[in-house]
Design a protein around this ligand. Structure first.
Ligand SMILES: Nc1nc2c(ncn2[C@@H]2O[C@H](COP(=O)(O)OP(=O)(O)OP(=O)(O)O)[C@@H](O)[C@H]2O)c(=O)[nH]1
Ligand SMILES: [Mg+2]
Length: 208
């Protein structure tokens, strides 16, 4: 086989893998702005929403990358469905109303802890690394909105979570911060993959 051709083929295959559309899931309490985020990514403008009964799915661009994006309703009767969407996903996006009262933040903290626990359990079963978590601290247009650091503290996020995570301040009404947030998520997804490959290599070398 011609060495030049084979290098080109390999390069194309690698490019295809790198450019592959990543699968992400938007979860979070009802009214936190998940569908508004999805619509803004899809249409580049504000679209009025109604509460999601079930889910929405769109292929979108954001932060310079392609995404296959699932938005699952956050009403309390729908939260049981979240785990079927977060199973084997590339990234979990938890959307929060940063301007919500403390009791709603506490409810979000409990639901997020459940999402992380279920996701870690299914990743373990599937022998996959746990997907990274991006928290979108939405409603930043509200004067009393919590900062990203404050949202992280309210949700109990800490270094020992066991999954890579980040919090990004956004406003889904205007789209401010969304591109930076998705670029950040892509960095986390790539890091999870790179770490997993490194662990695999170390494991293989140990058995040689
Ligand atoms: N002021 C403000 N309003 C927002 C923002 N994001 C969303 N909203 C509004 O919040 C309301 C709820 O938004 P949705 O996107 O429907 O919320 P959701 O998370 O999809 O809710 P469910 O489908 O019930 O889970 C809508 O009236 C949005 O216009 C924001 O950043 N700022
Ligand atoms: Mg919705």
């Amino acid at each position: 086989m011609d060495a030049g051709w084979s290098r080109r083929t390999v390069a194309r295959a690698v490019e295809g893998v790198v450019k592959r559309r990543k699968h992400i899931v938007l979860v979070g309490l009802d009214g936190s702005g998940k569908t508004t985020v999805l619509m803004r990514l899809k249409y580049g403008c504000y679209v009025a929403t109604t509460p999601t009964i079930g889910f929405n799915h769109e292929k979108v661009w954001g932060g310079g990358f392609r995404w296959s994006c699932w938005d699952v309703g956050g009403g309390d009767r729908l939260r049981g469905l979240w785990s079927s969407y977060t199973r084997a996903t590339d990234g979990i996006v938890f959307v929060v109303d940063s301007a919500a009262p403390q009791d709603i933040m506490e409810e979000a903290r409990v639901e997020l802890a459940r999402v992380i626990k279920m996701s870690r359990a299914s990743s373990f079963q599937l022998n996959l690394p746990p997907p990274p978590l991006l928290v979108l601290a939405n409603f930043q247009d509200q004067p009393w909105a919590r900062s990203a650091q404050n949202v992280a503290a309210s949700l109990g996020l800490c270094e020992t979570l066991g999954s890579l995570w980040a919090v990004a301040p956004i406003c889904a009404l205007t789209g401010e911060g969304l591109d930076q947030a998705l670029a950040m998520l892509r960095t986390l997804i790539d890091k999870v993959r790179a770490d997993a490959r490194k662990r695999e290599r170390i494991g293989r070398d140990r058995w040689r």
